[in-house]
Design a protein around this ligand. Structure first.
Ligand SMILES: NC(=O)c1ccc[n+]([C@@H]2O[C@H](COP(=O)([O-])OP(=O)(O)OC[C@H]3O[C@@H](n4cnc5c(N)ncnc54)[C@H](O)[C@@H]3O)[C@@H](O)[C@H]2O)c1
Length: 265
């Protein structure tokens, strides 16, 4: 569909990590809300498959975008791709990695330089690059927003062992630091992007049933949660869709916990 034919209120939505467990469910939820979705992921084949399986959008065709989003050039490319489809109404920074060893946490002394750099680069630098590239292409009429996929670890940190002092997370200190940085990126962008009327919010899950968590030993983890189960990806996607919606027009700088009561605010 060319620009001349496109209804005026059609918006594109970019979901980074869109082929992942939370990502692909979020893409579906946003397609149902009427966005034309750009599914962005390292795995271009899976991104294209997710895009092809989405319910049709009235304003255009969903697309898969393959690329390593730790590159600023790739993020610029992504932003231009989405804005050619329709004005960009939403960026979901959903990209993330959480390395584990033997199903659990990697201790401080085993977090080598390479692991530290890769986690910070995927979980924090890439969302910064994406936000910096996308925001200038968003309409400044108060309809556009950014949502960060943060984590319970943003506030809680990652440390110790399951048998020491709970709560326990099977991840690395690099993961907690990256997500803490992402939370600050959210509140800093609220200020930076106020002049463009772009809202910036976050969703902070605890444990969600995806590939990221399937490497962990679930039994003892679930016992820590007041709601004794992992979240379903749909429960995270619903919070993202709410934050992007007109019903959340006055919600700016907020982060919704979807952690089953694990870490009450
Ligand atoms: N699963 C959980 O329990 C949980 C909890 C809290 C927060 N989160 C956060 O939610 C987000 C999604 O998690 P998920 O469980 O769906 O993970 P997932 O591993 O299923 O999906 C992550 C996606 O990111 C993509 N990705 C990784 N590196 C990339 C790169 N360099 N360039 C482009 N794409 C890249 C992967 O290919 C993958 O498809 C992450 O930010 C994660 O940290 C997840």
């Amino acid at each position: 569909m060319d620009t001349a034919q496109r209804p005026a209120d059609v918006r594109s939505a970019i979901v980074t990590g869109g082929a992942g467990g939370i990502g692909r469910v979020t893409c579906r939820r946003l397609a149902e809300a009427g966005y034309v979705v750009v599914v962005a992921d390292l795995d271009g084949g899976r991104a294209a498959d997710v895009a092809a399986a989405l319910p049709a959008a009235p304003g255009g065709k969903h697309v898969g975008f393959g690329g390593d989003l730790t590159s600023s050039d790739v993020n610029r490319d992504l932003a231009e791709t989405a804005s050619r489809i329709a004005p960009i109404g939403l960026l979901v920074n959903g990209i993330g990695i959480s390395p584990k060893r033997g199903g659990g946490k990697i201790d401080l002394e085993d977090v080598d330089d390479e692991l530290w750099t890769s986690v910070l680069s995927v979980n924090l630098t890439a969302p910064f690059y994406a936000s910096r590239a996308v925001a200038p292409l968003m309409p400044g009429d108060g309809t556009a927003s950014i949502v960060m996929l943060e984590s319970v670890t943003s506030r809680m940190g990652v440390g110790a062992r399951l048998d020491e002092f709970p709560p326990y997370l099977p991840s690395t200190i690099a993961y907690g630091v990256s997500k803490g940085g992402l939370s600050n990126l959210r509140v800093s962008l609220v200020r930076e992007l106020a002049r463009r009327s772009i809202r910036v919010n976050g969703v902070a899950p605890g444990f969600v049933a995806t590939a990221m968590m399937s490497a962990a030993d679930a039994g003892p983890l679930v016992d820590q949660l007041p709601t004794r189960r992992y979240a379903r990806p749909e429960e995270v996607a619903d919070a993202i869709a709410y934050l992007a919606s007109p019903q959340a027009a006055y919600v700016n700088g907020a982060c919704i916990d979807v952690n089953g009561g694990w870490l009450p605010a």
